[in-house]
Design a protein around this ligand. Structure first.
Ligand code: CA
Length: 225
């Protein structure tokens, strides 16, 4: 799950990114509306968290602009403004939910889960071979046993499970786990994939990750002969 946080208060932004990353969300953060427009044009997010008070554009104008550009991602508005009129304007501008500052982290996380559930009304469980992956609770299980995976391994597994039997490129995997995919060498993906592959083998998942030279990876049912 890749989330975009648009928040110009660096302290708050860093704190939220840190906390939400622990819940296994991949977080991108931008501090201006300008950067948000670029981020939303180049990356697809499952959720956008938007602070209304931005230095270069009012958050509501930014939101209207994103909606006009066809962005359908759910948007959770964060703001110090707490008047009913402000909430109404926020929802009218295309916001899906509204949280007033200051807020408790637990409430933010609950709102995020609720919006993500709404955003994917289909089955939140991805299944392949013996693996069940709950995309909301961020848990992968095999025969009811939870796999002990890191956030990045979970992100790799999630993307592979979304495209079972199809090739997923290293670049796509990279974008699902790193904030700045360009800055990191693609070979680190090999490290995550091989760790994940070993854990799946150890857990007798009945699923293997095949490397296709120069192309990427594909999730396949393991054959035991
Ligand atoms: Ca602000």
């Amino acid at each position: 799950m890749r989330l975009l946080l648009i928040e110009d208060n660096l302290e708050l932004a860093n704190g939220l990114v840190h906390s939400l990353a622990q819940s296994s969300y991949v977080m991108d953060v931008v501090h201006t509306a300008r950067a948000a427009l670029i981020a939303c044009a180049t990356m697809s997010y499952q959720l956008v968290i938007l602070d209304l008070g931005l230095p270069d554009m009012d958050g509501l104008n930014l939101l209207r602009r994103l909606r006009q550009q066809g962005m359908i991602t759910p948007v959770l508005i964060l703001t110090a403004r707490d008047e009913l009129q402000d909430r109404i304007h926020g929802l009218d501008a295309g916001g899906d939910d509204y949280l007033s500052k200051p807020f408790e982290l637990g409430e933010l996380e609950a709102r995020i889960r609720a919006l993500l559930r709404r955003g994917c009304p289909a089955n939140p469980i991805l299944s392949f071979g013996g693996i069940n992956f709950d995309t909301l609770s961020r848990q992968a299980t095999i025969d009811g046993m939870t796999l002990d995976l890191t956030a990045r391994e979970l992100a790799v597994l999630e993307l592979l499970l979304q495209r079972p039997g199809r090739i997923v490129s290293k670049r796509q995997l990279m974008e699902s786990i790193y904030e700045n995919a360009d800055d990191t060498n693609l070979t680190v993906i090999e490290v995550f994939v091989s760790r994940l592959r070993r854990k799946l083998e150890d857990a007798h998942a009945g699923v293997g990750i095949r490397a296709l030279r120069g192309l990427g990876y594909r999730l396949e049912q393991s054959s035991h002969e």
